[in-house]
Structures are given as C-alpha cells and as structure tokens.
Design a binder for this molecule. Structure first.
Ligand SMILES: Cc1cc2nc3c(=O)[nH]c(=O)nc-3n(C[C@H](O)[C@H](O)[C@H](O)COP(=O)(O)OP(=O)(O)OC[C@H]3O[C@@H](n4cnc5c(N)ncnc54)[C@H](O)[C@@H]3O)c2cc1C
Length: 440
C-alpha cells in the first residue's frame, strides 16, 4: 500500500459516474464538500452515454401524467437543450413520456455540470480494492494508467451500477438470479439512413409478428418484441432489441454472473454485437423504412440491467411499488411500471395504479453494513421486482441527488451517513428542486 501513488483525500468520493453517480457528485459539491468522481471509462455517464439515449421516469405514465423528478436532473436536461435538440416522446409500453437526447452531447453536458459544480473528475480508473475498518471505508485503490493509486475519503457513494464498491468492501448484496430470475442484457445499436416516415406506417404489433415470422424462417432473434425509436438525428433510429443472458447455472447449481467470470463477460460482449448485426439484417430485409439503412453505432458496452443489489437498511419490494407506498423518509418518487426483461422471448410488465408513484426511502440508500457508505442507481437496496421498476435514469438521478446531499451534509460529522437529521435532508432537497411528494 505504501508504494502506491496517493491521489488525495476528499470529503465525498463517488465511485461510478452513471446518471446516479454524476448527480450525486454534483449535489455533494454544490453543498460545499470536496468531491471526487471516479470512473473506469474515458467519459462520464455510464449507461446514459454508453448504451442509451432516452431518460424515462421524469413523468408518471397514464392519462394524468405528473412530473415527479426535478432539481439537478432538470439541469441535466436544460444543459442538453443548449447543445442541440431534445425530444419528448411517449413510450409505447406505457412507461410514460421519455426525454430523448444525443448521447454525445450528454457526455459533454455531464462534464460541464460536474466541473461547474467544482467536482474533481478521475477517468480511466478502475476500482480494485476497498479498505474497511468497523464498517467504515477509509480508502480505496484504483488501477490507473500510471499504476495503482490510493484515494481516501470521509464518505463514499457506491454508484457503480454493479455494486463494485460494496463487493470489494465485503458488504452484503443479492446477486441477480439468486432469489428471482435475473434480467437479461442488451447491446443497443443505431440504424442510419432509415425512412422514418415509412417506418411509422408499420405498427409495434406488425413489427413483433414480423420478428416471429423471421425467427421461424431462420433469423437468430432470441427476443421477439424488441423496440426501435426515433432519435434526435434525422433518419436515424435507435433500438433496444438484442437479448443476452447475464447468468449461467453451473453443474453444482451455483449461479455464475458475467461479473464473476471475465471470460463470460467477454463472450457476452461479442455475442451481443453478433446479435445486433442479425437484428439489423432482419430490419433491413423485413421492416418498411429500413430497406436502405445501415447499422452505425453499437453501444460502447453491453447494457447490464441488473447484477448485484446491495442490502440497505430497507429493501423496496414489489408490494411497495404496486401499492404506491409512501415513506416518512422518502427522498424521491417512481411511477414507472415493473419492466422485467427475463430470459426467453417476451417481457413482463406490471403497472402502478393510474398516475401513482412509489416513494424511494433514504434507508434503501444506506448500506446496511457501513457507517459511511451510500448506494445509488441500479444497485440500490430493492428486491428484483421493485428494482425492475425503480431503475429508470430519472430515478437514478434523483437517488444520486439525495445521496450526494446526505454525504455532503455528513462531512460535518466525520462522514457518518446516519447522523444527519432527515428534516435537514428534506429541506435541502426540496429547496434545490427535488420532488419528494406526488403533486396534485
Ligand atoms: C439495455 C437497457 C435499456 C434501458 N432502457 C432505459 C431507458 O430507455 N430509459 C431509462 O431511463 N432507463 C433505461 N434503462 C435503465 C437505466 O439505463 C439504468 O438503470 C441506469 O442508467 C443505471 O444508472 P447507474 O448510474 O446506476 O449505473 P451506470 O449507468 O451503469 O453507471 C455505473 C458507472 O460505474 C462505473 N463503474 C462500474 N464499476 C466500476 C469500477 N470498478 N471502477 C470504476 N468505475 C466503475 C461504470 O463505468 C459506469 O460509468 C435501461 C437499461 C439497459 C441496460
């Protein structure tokens, strides 16, 4: 450890810069804490910039759509609008209105927001080791291009999506597939030179039945109800179609996830790209509007929906979601349906009653085994079903905002994340635009 480079000591260290981590770091720095954000990738945004182009979760679905996420996530959308067009478009499965952006613009928007808030950014740095004493993380080690480096902090936020910080710290988590089926993974891709007007004439149902027919004609299409949508770039469509299993059941009935076996992850990336080419062939051959199109722009990496979920002081459940449960310590809201991309050909959907929203309690962000660690985004504390609802990017951003706020306020008490009065957290969040109660 002594021979390692020392990259500094910060009030708040955020590991992972996806939509959850980036908002956590912005919130923390805006409240005055010295804040570092770390990512293994060369850009900010994780899944939001490397895989996707549409924020869901800002609005409840249904006839009386309500805006239930605000504050820093609004700043993200406003920064995007200054860089180019941003589209609001309905989701055909009933997930509500989505906000479609140019992911290349989002990379720069995240950087501008972080830098303007005073966050120190560390890219190309893969977390490898966590030093914990009595449930308190003291320091972490990251692998950089210059060698291993140590970073110390008062409090830490696990925003790695896959709970890498908690995994290396030895904190408890549920592995996807252990108690419920694991969500599958997707390599997204874009098609250019599409006649989008002609494509519009072909319904979702026709697309799906054409997929079934093509599969029986020999096209290798494991998922038969994937979707495509318009983007901010003319004549360009984005897809969410491919399906790659994220776990294997081994001979001894042990579950092996892509995170357990580096070769399994490598094979999955390769298989995702092969599948994308096959779906592109199907679109060109069988779907009106795609005749003259070409695949251009595979996702930078395979999109992982679910891998590890950390155990927090509370786990949000399926009943909480479907009953639109409200909590005394809620820091955000979610109106999205449970959207379960299980293995096989279909996808399961279950909806929160009309325009309702479940509360996300602060306790689901407080890592049970730690005094100074919060968890946000797609590895937060929830069961498989609840996670399948509360994983949209607007909710990740809202959770991030809350965790960054708590961590920043906690620096006054050596980083103990349970030592901040909830009334102070609530008033700080509300005054910065976060929405904690369902609007009338
Ligand atoms: C295929 C797919 C389609 C989806 N569709 C939508 C959609 O249309 N709209 C929507 O709102 N949501 C969608 N979702 C869900 C949503 O995108 C994710 O739940 C959300 O983006 C997760 O954000 P996050 O910040 O928790 O994690 P991520 O965005 O995954 O960010 C985690 C970050 O941590 C970094 N990291 C991980 N491990 C380490 C480490 N050891 N060291 C350093 N850095 C590390 C990663 O590089 C990454 O940048 C989709 C998800 C998938 C996979």
């Amino acid at each position: 450890m002594t021979s390692r480079m020392n990259l500094g000591n910060f009030d708040v260290v955020v590991v992972g810069s996806g939509s959850a981590g980036a908002c956590a770091a912005i919130a923390s720095a805006r409240l005055g804490a010295s804040t570092l954000i770390i990512d293994r990738l060369p850009f900010i945004g994780g899944t939001s910039t490397g895989v996707l182009d549409t924020f869901y979760g800002f609005y409840t679905p249904g006839e009386r759509s309500k805006k239930i996420v605000g504050g820093i996530p609004d700043d993200v959308v406003n920064t995007l609008k200054k860089l180019g067009p941003v589209l609001e478009r309905p989701n055909t499965y009933g997930a509500g209105t989505g906000i479609t952006y140019n992911p290349e613009h989002l990379k720069v928007a995240w950087e501008r927001l972080l830098i303007n808030s005073g966050v120190k950014i560390l890219l190309h740095s893969l977390l490898q080791e966590v030093n914990v004493k009595d449930g308190r993380i003291d320091s972490i080690t990251v692998a950089t291009r210059a060698g291993l480096a140590k970073i110390s902090g008062k409090s830490f936020i696990d925003a790695t999506g896959d709970a890498d910080l908690s995994y290396f710290a030895g904190f408890s988590f549920e592995k996807a597939g252990e108690l419920s089926p694991a969500q599958t993974m997707t390599t997204t891709f874009r098609m250019v030179n599409v006649d989008t007007a002609k494509r519009k004439s072909f319904s979702k149902e026709e697309l799906h039945s054409e997929m079934e027919k093509a599969a029986s004609d020999g096209y290798r299409l494991p998922r038969r109800e994937g979707s495509d949508h318009i983007t901010t770039v003319p004549n360009t469509m984005a897809t969410v179609m491919t399906r790659v299993d994220s776990i294997k059941i081994k001979d001894d009935n042990e579950i092996e996830s892509v995170l357990d076996n580096p070769f399994f992850l490598s094979e999955s990336e390769i298989y995702g790209r092969e599948q994308a080419l096959e779906y592109a062939r199907f679109l060109i051959d069988r779907v009106p509007g795609y005749e003259k199109s070409t695949i251009y722009g595979l996702s930078t990496f395979l999109g992982i929906r679910e891998s590890r979920r950390v155990y927090g002081d509370y786990r949000v459940t399926r009943d909480d979601v479907l009953n639109a449960q409200q909590f005394d310590d809620q820091i955000a809201l979610c109106g999205a349906p449970i959207e379960d991309h299980h293995s096989g050909t279909g996808t399961n959907w279950a909806y929160i009653p009309e325009s309702g929203a479940v509360g996300i309690p602060l306790r689901a962000l407080q890592v049970k085994d730690s005094t100074n660690t919060l968890v946000v985004g797609r590895c937060f504390s929830a069961t498989h079903d609840a996670h399948a609802s509360i994983r949209s990017m607007a909710q990740c951003m809202a959770m991030g905002t809350a965790a960054g706020t708590v961590a920043s306020l906690a620096t006054k008490s050596s980083g103990d994340i349970r030592n901040v009065e909830f009334s102070v957290i609530k008033s700080t969040l509300v005054s910065s635009g976060s929405i904690l109660e369902i609007p009338e």
